[in-house]
Design a protein around this ligand. Structure first.
Ligand code: ATP
Length: 234
């Protein structure tokens, strides 16, 4: 579904990604792990059209999307749940969800989609009128996922969804990703939480200094001595 080839991204003269290649197949969960500054966020931003790559290609559903504006990329069906959740704190839960349905691709079925989001996250239904900024951290993450779903994506990219959340809430967020996947969603997940995210992954890539250092099945990487030593402290 998604094919990234030799992607290079710079901030001025500083190179953040160096010829990164990866693929995400239909209904896969692909995880990108790596330390702080490895380039994970830059990768998500380049795919999502927030950053313009200097080189390489990004194909989504057999169409070249590198360099397209982010609203065009979103409307092709790539949703993004950004780092730090990025909900609108002074708008209600319902208003936040409605913003997610403003994409042309999503307008026609917004009502039915809202019902699906509420089925998945019943707490959002209970809190439709509440200001989003007053939700707990975990609820805000659920709202960010719900808002993204309102755009009816075919692929969802998550940037560190576990960041800053209590361990029990992290479990909830990962359970939500697992159930989205069970319903057929394709997922690209960027995480610093290496152990938990590799357990979730069909396949994974380890990013180091802007380049792919290792790739393989999630379970195999969990057993890989290099991963165990560098990322799991074992
Ligand atoms: P983190 O987990 O801290 O978000 P990351 O793996 O997502 O890290 P990136 O944020 O993609 O990594 O950063 C990759 C490199 O690009 C780092 O060296 C970082 O310092 C640099 N970088 C990121 N954003 C900018 C920016 N706006 N301007 C200049 N350099 C940047």
């Amino acid at each position: 579904m998604l094919e990234v080839r030799d992607l290079s991204v710079f901030y001025g003269d500083a190179q953040a990604l160096d010829r990164v290649s990866l693929s995400v197949g239909e209904n896969e969960i692909v995880v990108i792990v790596g330390a702080n500054g490895a380039g994970k966020t830059s990768l998500i931003r380049a795919i999502g059209g927030v950053l313009r790559p200097r080189g390489g290609s990004i194909r989504f559903a057999d169409r070249e999307i590198a360099g397209l504006d982010s609203h065009v990329v979103c409307n092709l069906g790539i949703g993004q749940v950004a780092e730090g959740r990025q909900i609108f704190p002074s708008m209600s839960v319902l208003e936040n969800l409605e913003v997610g349905a403003m994409l042309p691709r999503a307008k026609a079925h917004a009502k039915a989609q809202l019902e699906k989001v509420f089925e998945m996250f019943p707490r959002l239904r209970e809190r439709t009128g509440q200001l989003a900024g007053t939700l707990s951290g975990g609820e805000q993450q659920m709202l960010a996922i719900g808002r993204c779903l309102m755009g009816q994506p075919r692929l969802i990219m998550f940037d560190e969804p576990s960041l800053g959340l209590a361990p029990s809430v992290v479990q909830e967020v990962f359970a939500a990703i697992r159930s989205l996947h069970a319903e057929g969603m394709t997922v690209l997940l960027v995480e610093q939480n290496v152990a938990a995210s590799l357990k979730l992954a069909n396949r994974a890539y380890v990013l180091e200094n802007g380049a792919v250092a290792l790739e393989g099945r999630g379970a195999d990487l969990l057993d890989d001595p290099r991963v165990r030593e560098a990322y799991l402290g074992l």
